[in-house]
Design a protein around this ligand. Structure first.
Ligand SMILES: [Zn+2]
Length: 362
C-alpha cells in the first residue's frame, strides 16, 4: 500500500503524514487487488462492507474487529417502478461517510496515531469522530459555523472536540490544515486522504451484489468534494478490469444550482448557499480529477434548484424515507431527467439516500 502523486508520480509510504506531494499535487492510493470473487459471497456470513475484505486495503484483523461497527450492507428500497434508493442513512452514524471513516480509522490505528484533525461540512467529521472513539484516537472536528447543531452534537457525543469556524467550508479546511501543521496531528481528511475512497467504493460493490451481479442503467451521485463519486469510479474501473461488467452505467453527478462549480463550470468561485449543505463546496480540491474521471466514464453533471431539492425531500418522505436535503438532490435530478428526457423512462436507476433528515434539525 502506498500513495502516489497524481501530478508527478512521486510515491509516499502509507506511514507518510504528507497529505499533499512536495509539488503540491494531490495523492492517490495504490494497493494490489486481485479479481474479487463475488460468487464467494453466497457463503459469506459477514453482513457488512468487510465481506469484500480481500478487495480492501489490508489491516490487522484485530484492528478491524475493534474499530468496525458492522457498517455497510444497506438496504435497497424500491422508490418507483425502475428506481431504487440505497438507504445509506441506516449506517451506524446515519450517513454513508461511515464507509470511508472506518478505513481511515483502521489506517490511523495501524499507524498508532493518537490525535487527528478533520474538517467537514458535518457528516464526515461525525463519522470519523465515531470511529476514532472506537480506535481510541482523540479527534478534533472543524466545521463551518452554519453546520447543523444535530451533527456537531453527534460528533461531541463521540468525544470529539468541535471547532465551529465562522467562515466558508473552504476556509474551514485551511484552518484545520494550519492546526495540523502546529500540532503535528494526523490530518484525517476525507478529501485529501484517498484511502477514504477505498471505503466508499463498497457502495457500488453492494449495488452490484444486490442487483444480482448487474448494475443499473443510471447511477446518480451527489457531488461536493466527490467522496462517493471517487469510490464509485474506483469500483466501476475494477469491475470493468475484472470483466464483471462490459460497460459503464450512465453516471449522473448532481449539484445544487446555487453551488455548482462542476455542473455549471462557472469561472467564479461563488457559492450562493444551498439547503444541500453536504455538497456546498465552492472550490473542491479534487475538481480537476473529477472532471477527468467523469470524462473517462462518459458521465454527466446536472444541477437542481433549491425548490426542486425541497420538493424531492418532501416526496421521499411520502415514500417513507426521511433524508436530509443533500440526500434529496439525486431524486430531484432523477425526476427532472425523466421528465425532460422521455427516452430515460424505463431505465433502471439508483439514487443514494446518503443521510437521515434528523441530521439537519436545529
Ligand atoms: Zn507531485
Amino acid at each position: 500500500m502506498y500513495y502516489r502523486c497524481i501530478e508527478c508520480d512521486k510515491t509516499y509510504p502509507i506511514e507518510s503524514r504528507n497529505y499533499r506531494c512536495e509539488c503540491q499535487g494531490l495523492l492517490a492510493f495504490h494497493h494490489k487487488t486481485n479479481r474479487f470473487d463475488f460468487s464467494s459471497l453466497r457463503q459469506c456470513p459477514d453482513w457488512s462492507l468487510w465481506r469484500y475484505r480481500s478487495a480492501l486495503p489490508v489491516f490487522d484483523e484485530h484492528i478491524i474487529d475493534s474499530v468496525s461497527m458492522h457498517e455497510g450492507c444497506t438496504a435497497m428500497i424500491r422508490l418507483e417502478d425502475h428506481l431504487y434508493g440505497k438507504a445509506e442513512y441506516l449506517m451506524p452514524t446515519l450517513s454513508f461517510k461511515d464507509r470511508g471513516a472506518v478505513l481511515l480509522a483502521c489506517l490511523m490505528k495501524s499507524l498508532s496515531v493518537s490525535l487527528c484533525i478533520v474538517d467537514s461540512s458535518g457528516n464526515a467529521g461525525t463519522a470519523i469522530a465515531a470511529y476514532c472513539a472506537r480506535a481510541d484516537i482523540a479527534c478534533s472536528v472543524y466545521v463551518p459555523e452554519s453546520t447543523s447543531s444535530a451533527k456537531t452534537l453527534q460528533a461531541e457525543s463521540y468525544g470529539a472536540t468541535v471547532h465551529r469556524i465562522g467562515a466558508t467550508r473552504v476556509e474551514t479546511a485551511v484552518r484545520a490544515q494550519e492546526a495540523v501543521k502546529i500540532s503535528r496531528a494526523f490530518y484525517a481528511s476525507h478529501v485529501y486522504n484517498p484511502i477514504f475512497f477505498e471505503g466508499t467504493k463498497t457502495y457500488l460493490y453492494e449495488i452490484f451484489e444486490q442487483m444480482d451481479y448487474r448494475l443499473p442503467d443510471m447511477l446518480f451521485v451527489p457531488v461536493g468534494n466527490g467522496t462517493l463519486l471517487f469510490g464509485i469510479a474506483i469500483a466501476l474501473q475494477e469491475l470493468f478490469a475484472w470483466r464483471l461488467i462490459e460497460k459503464f452505467p450512465l453516471v449522473v453527478g448532481v449539484q445544487a444550482s446555487q453551488c455548482a462549480p462542476l455542473a455549471l463550470r462557472s469561472a467564479e468561485e461563488v457559492c450562493l448557499g444551498t439547503v444541500a449543505e453536504g455538497i456546498a463546496i465552492a472550490k473542491p480540491p479534487r475538481e480537476k480529477e473529477m472532471i477527468q474521471l467523469m470524462g473517462m466514464l462518459h458521465g454527466i453533471f446536472v444541477h437542481v434548484s433549491e425548490e426542486q431539492i425541497v420538493q424531492a425531500q418532501h416526496q421521499l418522505g411520502l415514500k417513507g424515507c426521511y433524508v436530509e436535503p443533500t440526500s434529496a438532490v439525486c431524486y430531484a435530478a432523477y425526476r427532472t431527467l425523466i421528465e425532460t428526457h422521455p427516452d430515460f423512462n424505463g431505465l433502471t436507476a439508483v439514487v443514494p439516500l446518503c443521510s437521515t433528515g434528523l441530521k439537519t434539525l436545529h
